[in-house]
Structure formats: C-alpha cells, structure tokens
Design a protein around this ligand. Sequence first.
Ligand code: AKG
Ligand code: FE2
Length: 346
Amino acid sequence: MSTSFTSISAVDFGRLRDPSTKKAELEVLRAAVFDVGFLYIINTGLEGLIEETQAELPRIFSLSPEEKKSVQMLNSPHFLGYTGLGTETTAKKTDIREQFDFGTQCIPWKTGDPFWKRLEGPAQFPNDNVKNLVNRYSTSMTNLGREFVHFVAESLSLDTDVLDQFLGDMSRLKFIKYPPTTPGSQGVGPHKDSIGLFTFLAQDKVGGLQVLNKSGQWIDAAPIPGSLVVNIAQGFEAITGGICSGTTHRVIAPTASERYSIAFFQAVRLNLRLEELKQSAKEIVAKIPASDDKKKRTVDVPSELISPLYSCFGEAQLRNRIFSHPDVGEKWYPDLYAKYKEQVLV
Ligand SMILES: O=C(O)CCC(=O)C(=O)O
Ligand SMILES: [Fe+2]
C-alpha cells in the first residue's frame, strides 16, 4: 500500500468528533489509511492516560529478574507474559528489547472449545498496580479502536459499523523497553504487524521508529507528545484482499537512553473463515480508493491470515504466535509446532 510518501499525516480526533469539521477530516483519514497505511492520531482525549502509563514503564521494567521470571511467557499457552532481551529475531537479526505482553479480559478457552481459541486466556500480572493500569489502558484503547474503525468506515461512505463484524474479543497490549546500545543496532527489525486489525502505538520522546515507503526510503515517525501512531496490521490487510497491506516499519535502537513504547494490537475475530471474509469484505474492497492495478495486486509478504492452509483467523494467528515464540509454541503445542514447521506459506 505504501506510496512514496515522505511524511506521516496527523489525523485530529477532535475534528472527527465535531460535526462541523468531520467531513474534511475524514478526507485526511482516508488518504492516510489508504495511501500510506501509517498515521498519527491526535486530540483523542487519552493524552493523560498515555503519559501516566509511559511514566510507569521504567518502574515496571526494573522489577527483579525473579519477578519477571514468575510471569514469563513460557508459562502461558496464550502467549502472554514477559520475554527477556535477545529472545526475538526479526528479519534474521536479534532484536534488542524486552517486553510484557498482556491481553484484554475475555472468556478463556475451556476443554471442548476449538484448539485455536486457546490463544485467548488470562494475562499474567507481576502485581495489582500493573493489573489495574493495564486494564484501564486496555479499556480505553478498545473503545478508541472501535471509534477509529467507525471513522475508517465512514471515510469510505460505508455504514459506520460495517467493520465491527471483524473485531475480536482479546486484543493484545505490549509494554516494550529498548535499552541503549551501540549505534546502528536493531531495536526491532523491519516487519509488518501480523496480529490485529490496526495497531495503536504510544512512543516516548526518544525516537527511532521508521516507516518504509514504496521507494525504499525509511521515513522517521518522529514522536508527537500525546499522539498515537496507527498502522495497518495483517488483519485489515486480509479484509481488504491485500489492497491495503500493512506498512513495513522498524525501530533503530537508542544509544543515549532507554526507549519505551506501548503497542495495542486490536483483536480480529478468531472464528472468521477465509470464505466468509471474502464475501463480507466485497462491499468494502469495492469502495477502496485504489487504482485497478493496485486492486489486483496480491500481498507482497506471505500472510497466514489469507492462506488457504488455515481454517480460520484463529488457526492462522496461532501458527504465527508459535513461530514468533518457538519455545512457547513447542512447549504448549508440540504437535502443531511439528506440523506447521513442515508447511510453506502460500
Ligand atoms: O516500539 C515501537 O515503537 C514499535 C514496536 C513495533 O513495531 C511492534 O512491536 O510491532
Ligand atoms: Fe510493529
């Protein structure tokens, strides 16, 4: 999707919420979502909560190694918990960051449910303060995310709630710390967000986030205090038949001080099947402002979400998680790990 943009637009939620300015701002939103795939949203009303949560991150990451280990992701069949430095690889290089993955509250998997439903379950919290903060932040982001997809639908002159049918139950929230390191190091390597419909990211003041345009240039997504950076994830890519592909991005590791960020991955409904998706997405795809040439374009990076190998989004996402965290995948899903290892994405 990414054209040769050289800057990233800011979409003003205040103007979207005001009937007298909404129409003009929906145009800005439409161009940002459908031509670039990356944008800032400002004036959401969540500036205070974002600031408060950012301010807590240094304290949370300075918990003792024992406290972190007690909530490690390896404990969780839902891929929720703490992962330490150097355990993640993107684009064949080791990422230099540590993370806590949480999930929004949901009805957990029970015996008899489909196997992929086990992706959803309780989060692990190191203490009650973190639990309260995570739940408060997640609730606000869930509401904001729903409001955002309503505006996206309206920007295409579609019914406001047309995208609601794709929303899932358990969104994922990730606290991330990048420690300072040698110049030119990889915080996280070039990637598209695999899980979710859209990602809503709050970065601190340090910088380092970059977005790839179609000419192969890395464009800085410089910090704007109180804003959220929003980008298309592979769920929305699938809904648009690949026309709106996720935009590749990366983080250059900081050199002088820690960098902290908070990523909210908006859930896609796990029981969504490919056939059902194609059918229900038709109306949306027809309205997307792209050339016929672009409409025919297939997705450039293989995506589990639109592969016929997997029965539904839930299975596709489970496969994705198993490979992103092979130690967790092999521990909790040994049979699937062995099966998926043999498959090549088509
Ligand atoms: O930390 C950031 O600014 C971006 C993180 C990111 O892209 C991701 O975790 O998917
Ligand atoms: Fe990302």
